[in-house]
Design a protein around this ligand. Structure first.
Ligand SMILES: NC(=O)c1ccc[n+]([C@@H]2O[C@H](COP(=O)([O-])OP(=O)(O)OC[C@H]3O[C@@H](n4cnc5c(N)ncnc54)[C@H](O)[C@@H]3O)[C@@H](O)[C@H]2O)c1
Length: 291
């Protein structure tokens, strides 16, 4: 089935819809004829996107919702089912990055990454899954992991840890939906993007400004390296098109750049099979003298 057949006419709830991948998914969902619930902490960003969608003849509401707050996410689910209708697609997308050595990471930045990237997804599952399970209609849950969810990357440890966690959460959730006998109508899928144009590296945390110079330069050089990658990254609407088609075809792992991301998956499998310890790539070696 095509994405249009599967998703057209349904309701899509997207967290972190104000920028990047979330906004790309929202724009493509609108093109498929979905009604949008655009949730984000950035009120202005989702209001602008709502106006854009409505001006283009679509249907959208914007909701200020912090995925760290379980009650706010529960309220998002209540309001959606009460005022708009059953959810065809929930995308637990909101996520943030963090740069620097793990030992230099401020506790508040660690908590920020875990609270948004991991607990935010859990809150989405807790708020929406019971309603989806209770509805006889078909529904889909996408959780945003990453190519980083199958990799080890220095200077981004909290983020990488969070994306491994989301992948594991999503795999377990799929099994639980199956175990509970609801996999005929509730479909759980993991999204693993490669590099997609977004604001994530600009919005990323670093280390405290008054840390030792090496701590700051290691974090900021990693941010610069990632910003360089962004120049060649995929357009978020193109990424969304790919993900929607794969989801409609019934894949579990939804890959924005299938060849590139599946190479990382194969590398991960190889590491685990051969039990070779993680190796730095030469380009990953941080030289403090150069910064
Ligand atoms: N861009 C990439 O290359 C890439 C690659 C792999 C995975 N991802 C994942 O895709 C998802 C989206 O990232 P992006 O790159 O589009 O980032 P982005 O920074 O462009 O957008 C993230 C959005 O989430 C919102 N947000 C932040 N904290 C929030 C909170 N507490 N509650 C609700 N909304 C919040 C932000 O306001 C922003 O609008 C993330 O989970 C990220 O890890 C991105």
């Amino acid at each position: 089935m095509s994405a249009l057949e599967v998703f057209g006419g349904g309701v899509a709830v997207i967290t972190g819809a104000g920028a990047g991948i979330g906004a790309g998914l929202a724009r493509h969902a609108h093109r498929l004829g979905m009604s949008l619930v655009l949730a984000d902490v950035d009120a202005a960003a989702v209001a602008l996107l709502r106006d854009e969608v409505i001006a283009a003849g679509g249907s959208a509401v914007d909701v200020v919702c912090d995925v760290r707050d379980p009650e706010a996410v529960a309220e998002l689910a209540e309001r959606t089912y009460r005022d708009i209708g059953p959810v065809r697609l929930l995308v637990n997308n909101a996520g943030v990055e963090q740069f620097g050595y793990l030992w230099d990471t401020p506790v508040s930045n660690w908590n920020r990454v875990m609270d948004i990237n991991v607990s935010g997804v859990f809150h989405g599952v807790r708020a929406f899954l019971p309603k989806m399970l209770a509805e006889p209609s078909q529904s889909w849950v996408w959780n945003l992991s990453s190519i980083g969810g199958v990799a080890a990357v220095p200077l981004q440890a909290p983020y990488i840890i969070s994306k491994h966690a989301v992948l594991a959460l999503t795999e377990c959730l799929r099994l639980e939906v199956q175990l509970a006998g609801h996999d005929d109508h509730v479909h759980v899928q993991a999204v693993l993007p490669g590099a997609v144009k977004s604001n994530i590296f600009e919005a990323a945390g670093g280390v405290d400004a008054d840390s030792a110079g090496t701590a700051v330069s290691a974090a900021e050089s990693q941010r610069e390296a990632m910003l360089d990658i962004k120049a060649a990254a995929m357009d978020p609407v193109e990424a969304a098109e790919v993900v929607f088609e794969q989801a409609a075809e019934g894949a579990f792992y939804l890959l924005t750049q299938p060849e590139y991301v599946s190479t990382a998956m194969a590398d991960r499998a190889q590491v685990l099979t051969t039990q070779v310890p993680p190796q730095l790539r030469t380009t990953q070696r941080f030289d403090p003298d150069k910064h």
